[in-house]
Write a protein that binds this ligand. Structure first.
Ligand SMILES: Cc1cc2nc3c(=O)[nH]c(=O)nc-3n(C[C@H](O)[C@H](O)[C@H](O)COP(=O)(O)OP(=O)(O)OC[C@H]3O[C@@H](n4cnc5c(N)ncnc54)[C@H](O)[C@@H]3O)c2cc1C
Length: 397
């Protein structure tokens, strides 16, 4: 094999999940000759971008460097909604419940409330600061402790990851992008003024540049010394039954929510309004001790795992929620040492960009990250400063 070679392409996008579908769409919009490749058929449930909902908010407590990305992402989704007639972004509001002056070590989310407020103030993001009583009055579905307060952002809410990927890929194809799904990339190399992408059947594609947006599989294409910087972690999503007829409208019409509670790493969860008329709520926590091989891990969620999460975080906080699991699934976070993003050139190939390992908080930025990556590849510059996401931040170099 190896005899089939396709050439004349400006850009190849490897992996068409959140980041890759966005990059492909933006490159196609600008008239580039572009090919997008995925080992599955996105949107699918085997990577990091499935499960109905992703939280979005613009006062980014993980750092002000992220705010320009999410501001632009919301604009792009609004444009895509208008172009495709599909619903992508639902601005139901985003609520952070926390203790003021919380000093617990939560990694990138240490002092999450303080840093969220700081980002919101710096960028003029509309928000309300809610005292304990205001919070209880306005959002009776949450059982708020006496020392907890709230940050509410009316323009926050949730994005449908499946709708976003579908809209981006459909528009990309309409604008001339070539899509190759069920196609595994096995290698990338750079030669002189171009790159060669090798597929599992031995065929090759020559292009001027490539974007590597392979999510949890990104390490397959990195030198071995760098692979430990991108660690796939198994995450779980749980849909628990609600039994609160009187509160059903409140849960249906409510905001998305994030809630750090105790002082430990496990003392955090987030969730969504009820999308099924008050029958269930989707809620989740985060695991940073569940390193897995993305090709071989337990995709089932055990009843004991859901129960432990319910007892530890949800019982006594979400009114009307019962421990009965209606549905559960797993998903992958690709976590860097400091949980920041990496959007930079590949360490060995300056015509290949690494775009994706986004440590569990990347979706809300993905439409803009794709645009920045596409413009870096096509024009050599990004409209948004990406220096905070340099690979050297992770390698210490
Ligand atoms: C449970 C969960 C909850 C989350 N919640 C939020 C949230 O509320 N808000 C938020 O902002 N972010 C959230 N995130 C993070 C966000 O979803 C991710 O950062 C983002 O979806 C990652 O997108 P990606 O494009 O990097 O990866 P993916 O979407 O997984 O895309 C990678 C693609 O590459 C393909 N691929 C891999 N290897 C190859 C190969 N060799 N050849 C061809 N194709 C290949 C895969 O098939 C896949 O389609 C969450 C993540 C998870 C898992």
């Amino acid at each position: 094999m190896g005899m089939v070679t396709q050439s004349g392409c400006e850009l190849v996008v490897i992996g068409l999940g959140a980041m890759g579908s966005a990059a492909l769409y933006q490159a196609a919009r600008r008239g580039a000759r572009v090919i997008g490749i995925d080992r599955h058929a996105p949107p699918h449930t085997l990577g990091s971008t499935h499960g109905e909902t992703r939280i979005t908010r613009q006062g980014i407590g993980e750092g002000a460097d992220y705010v320009p990305l999410v501001l632009r992402a919301h604009q792009i989704w609004d444009e895509l909604e208008a172009a495709t007639g599909t619903r992508i972004l639902t601005r139901c509001g985003a609520l952070l419940i926390a203790r003021p002056g919380d000093t617990a070590d939560r990694g990138l989310r240490t002092d999450f409330l303080g840093r969220t407020l700081q980002s919101a103030r710096t960028f003029g993001i509309a928000h309300d600061v809610l005292g304990t009583d205001d919070l209880r009055h306005r959002f009776p579905q949450f059982a708020i402790a006496d020392d907890e307060v709230g940050y509410f952002e009316p323009g926050g809410g949730w994005v449908s990851p499946e709708a976003a990927i579908t809209a981006q890929l459909t528009e990309a194809a309409r604008m001339g992008a070539e899509l190759r799904t069920q196609t595994i990339v096995t290698g990338i190399s750079q030669h002189g003024a171009g790159v060669v992408v090798t597929l599992a059947d031995g065929a090759t594609i020559q292009a001027d540049r490539a974007i590597l947006s392979a999510g949890a599989w990104v390490a397959d294409f990195l030198p071995s010394a760098m692979r430990p910087l991108f660690q796939p972690h198994r995450q779980m999503l749980h849909w628990f039954a609600l039994e609160a007829p009187d509160l059903a409208p409140t849960w249906v019409n409510g905001p998305v929510y994030m809630w750090p509670h105790g002082d430990g790493q496990d003392d955090f969860f987030y969730g969504f309004p009820s999308l099924d008329g008050g029958l269930t709520l989707k809620v989740a926590n985060e695991q940073y001790d569940a390193l897995v091989d993305p090709n071989d891990f337990n995709r089932q969620v055990g009843a004991d795992e859901s129960r432990r999460f319910f007892d530890h975080s949800l019982a006594g906080r979400l009114r009307g929620l019962t421990p009965q699991v209606v549905k559960a699934s797993t998903c992958l976070y690709t976590v860097t040492p400091d949980s920041a993003f990496v959007i930079d050139d590949h360490p060995d190939m300056d015509r290949v960009q690494l775009v994706s390992p986004c440590s569990g908080h990347g979706f809300k930025h993905s439409a803009a990250i794709g645009e920045c990556a596409a413009l870096r590849a096509l024009d050599g510059t990004s409209p948004i400063d990406l220096s905070a996401f340099a690979l050297s931040r992770q390698t210490g170099g």
